[in-house]
Design a protein around this ligand. Sequence first.
Ligand code: ZN
Length: 183
Amino acid sequence: MPTIVTHAAVPLCLGIGLGPRRIPPVLLMTGIAFSMIPDLDVLSFKLGIAYANVFGHRGFTHSLLFAFALPTLALLFKKTFKVGYRRIWGFLTVSLLSHSVLDSLTTGGMGVGWLWPWSGERFFAPVQVIKVAPFQLAQYLKPNGIAVIQSELLWVWLPGVVIMLALIALRRANNDAISSPSV
Ligand SMILES: [Zn+2]
């Protein structure tokens, strides 16, 4: 996995980029939570469940079914989010799905179980560029941990911030165009 904080980069950059009118704070916060939820499966290690098991790490919580089902359930709370169904579902699905996509881009671990429950196969993206993060926090102080942070900054945060700034610039340009129509 990339570090848990880095998983939040996708909803955070996208949400701030799109602005609070399109992505209200509650939806943004839920998106951030959704981007981290799949890694609750690390608890399986404590329960003695093997990594390769579908209920192990990167198993069913990283599947496409989970990524589509959980945002669908969230629609039950539509009123809380103060935007339409499509916006809620779209933002939460992108947030949740981004987790397994980022995991599939990492250089280690077992790949993600995208096809659960139809298959227990684990998948990686065609390229792996993000250095896999260690599980123990203390490891981050070692050279390898610092390399992980550098790799996440380069491959996740940098593109995320660029997209965020581009979206903000686009919004400003649109607002300007609306508030000052050409004569
Ligand atoms: Zn994960």
